[in-house]
Design a protein around this ligand. Structure first.
Ligand code: PHE
Length: 455
């Protein structure tokens, strides 16, 4: 039984909408709006989308339900929750890997998040006006290679994140995600409507929705799985940490389904927003991480009111990023404060400073540190690759093994049904997936990528 002290000292979400906003806020982020379109663009468009949605449904949702069950049962940070369910075992290592993954992701993520702030300023002051795609390309590359500006913006972003996390769960994370998520949805809706009404939108929509299966390779499958984990915030304890603040009345399965649906919807909307524009302006859909920073400004400046739409878009990106960075930082802060027994404030400061240092290296890898390569990749790319394609799937694999084979049927069922109060006709399927399908599928893809796909 929790003592009175535990009940007093542990913050909680105050409402159902707050839970959905926070969890969907974590899931919906740069992964959907910046990464999904270019990874899909590089990996075959529509075919990638289908493989991706398949993974979200068959592997993502069960892994998310597993994370929710672990967190709410454990009522502790991502490391300790395993220890509460399985005392004296080594499963907590998943939580430690999660903290490492949070460091890696935050480091490169805050770098891109920082770019969005610069681009809000550029759009709002109408600096895109009159620039050709080549000019935009050049100014983007000059900006990210600058040794100072991107670092400053990155630090601004980290401070914003830290301030929200510092304010706690109810008064920080819940309050801001409840406010920001509806704004985000509205902004993306406006931009989708603008994009599909562009001349030449059809070709872009066809690229996104007409699958060309000849483009599906082993790499497509690996990236689709990595992207599903990344986009749903799985495999690193963000959702374990959040669910440790869920109320005992929350229906974990329906929450997982709603979050996965919201996340997929926003990824598809991002595709609808971006690809028609890409085709309408003759830009390569596979132009990589710079896609949204070059393509979209090119479009905005050619349309009436472009500066307004541009500003809206980059605010949208920043908002989406912020509701995700807070969930990443919370993983580290919850772990530091509970495990090292330090105040939330101290934990937030330590975590923010530590992540920012690594983050600066990631940011500088587009400029002064451009020649530093690890396994042939830049610092930024290696952090992204290791987290998205190795740590998250590996974390997901261990989580389903834990829930499927170790935590026990009873505990899992009790969490998913709220001690028998909810019906769970899906339970046998869920068990089958977490015991067999998900582990085999994730392991096969991981082994393939490590041994045959190559780094
Ligand atoms: N899901 C976030 C996005 O799509 C990124 C993220 C990954 C956040 C892992 C938390 C944990 O942008």
């Amino acid at each position: 039984m929790p003592t009175t002290k535990d009940l007093v000292s542990r913050d909680n979400f105050g409402s159902k909408f707050g839970i959905i906003a926070a969890a969907a806020g974590s899931a919906v982020g740069l992964g959907n709006i910046w990464k999904f379109p270019y990874v899909a663009g590089e990996n075959g468009g529509g075919a990638f989308l289908l493989v991706y949605l398949f993974f979200v449904l068959v592997i993502g949702v069960p892994v998310m339900m597993s994370e929710f069950a672990i967190g709410r049962r454990g009522q502790k940070n991502a490391f300790r929750s395993f220890g509460v369910i399985a005392p004296g075992t080594k499963w907590g290592v998943i939580g430690i890997m999660g903290v490492v993954a949070a460091f890696f992701i935050l480091a490169f993520y805050s770098s891109v998040a920082g770019w969005t702030l610069e681009y809000i300023v550029i759009s709002a002051t109408n600096k895109f006006a009159g620039q050709t795609p080549q000019d935009l390309n050049a100014s983007f590359n000059t900006f990210i290679a600058n040794p100072l500006r991107p670092v400053i913006w990155q630090l601004v972003f980290m401070v914003l994140t830290a301030l929200i996390v510092l304010a706690g769960i109810k008064k920080g994370i819940e309050k801001y995600t409840k406010l920001l998520m509806p704004i985000l949805f509205l902004l993306i809706l406006i931009l989708c409507i603008r994009s599909v009404t562009l001349d030449g939108a059809k070709e872009g929509l066809a690229f996104l929705f007409k699958p060309d299966f000849s483009k599906v390779t082993g790499k497509t499958i690996l990236y689709a799985l990595g992207q599903a984990f990344f986009s749903l915030s799985l495999g690193m304890g963000a959702l374990i940490t959040y669910s440790s603040y869920f109320s005992k009345k929350e229906n974990l399965a329906s929450t997982a389904v709603q979050v996965a649906l919201a996340d997929s919807l926003i990824a598809i909307m991002a595709g609808i927003m971006i690809f028609p524009a890409v085709f309408a302006f003759g830009i390569e859909p596979s132009s990589g991480p710079s896609l949204v920073f070059i393509t979209l400004p090119g479009i905005f400046q050619q349309m009436p009111g472009g500066s307004v739409f541009g500003t809206i878009f980059f605010i949208l990106l920043a908002v989406a990023a912020l509701t995700s960075t807070i969930s990443l930082l919370e993983v580290v802060v919850a772990c530091f404060s509970e495990e090292l027994k330090i105040s939330r404030k101290k934990a937030t400061v330590i975590a923010t400073v530590a992540v920012s240092i690594l983050g600066i290296f990631a940011t500088l890898s587009f400029g002064p540190l451009e020649n530093v390569k690890i396994f042939g990749m830049s610092i930024f790319d290696i952090l992204d690759y290791t987290a998205s394609n190795v740590l998250l799937p590996l974390g997901g694999l261990l989580i389903v093994l834990f829930v499927g084979w170790f935590a026990g049927r009873k505990i899992t069922k009790s969490e998913l049904t709220n001690k028998g109060k909810l019906k769970a006709t899906y339970f046998p399927y869920f068990r089958f997936i977490v015991k067999f399908i998900a582990p085999v599928a994730i392991a096969a893809i991981l082994i393939y990528s490590i041994f045959w796909g190559g780094l």
